[in-house]
Ligand binder design. Structure first.
Ligand code: CU
Length: 100
């Protein structure tokens, strides 16, 4: 189950700095659309971390489960992946969200 998370930790540190930048933009009352663009960039960067984590997971945890002789564990790992995709589809912004 060992993963090398160093690249993702580095990515998150960059995202952290980016979020502080967004905070400063708000404090300085900068143009809203510019702030939204920065927030979208952070969202995209976080998605990259998710994709990278999934890739690592598929290549280690999933492969280990598939090669194991434990059908319960195989099913569990597979259904977990389906579940995480279902959840990520549910957290899209709602159409009725008000824009202020
Ligand atoms: Cu994993």
């Amino acid at each position: 189950m060992a993963h090398d998370h160093s690249e993702n930790i580095q990515r998150l540190k960059i995202i952290e700095g980016h979020i502080r930048g967004i905070q400063r933009m708000l404090e300085n009352d900068q143009y809203c659309i510019d702030i939204i663009r920065q927030i979208q960039a952070v969202g995209a960067a976080l998605n990259k971390v998710s994709v990278s984590l999934l890739d690592g997971h598929l290549n280690t945890c999933l492969l280990n489960a598939i090669h194991s002789d434990d059908p319960v564990e195989q099913k569990r790992v597979l259904s977990e992946i389906t579940e995480v995709f279902e959840t990520s589809n549910k957290i899209k912004p709602s159409k009725g969200a008000s824009l202020k």
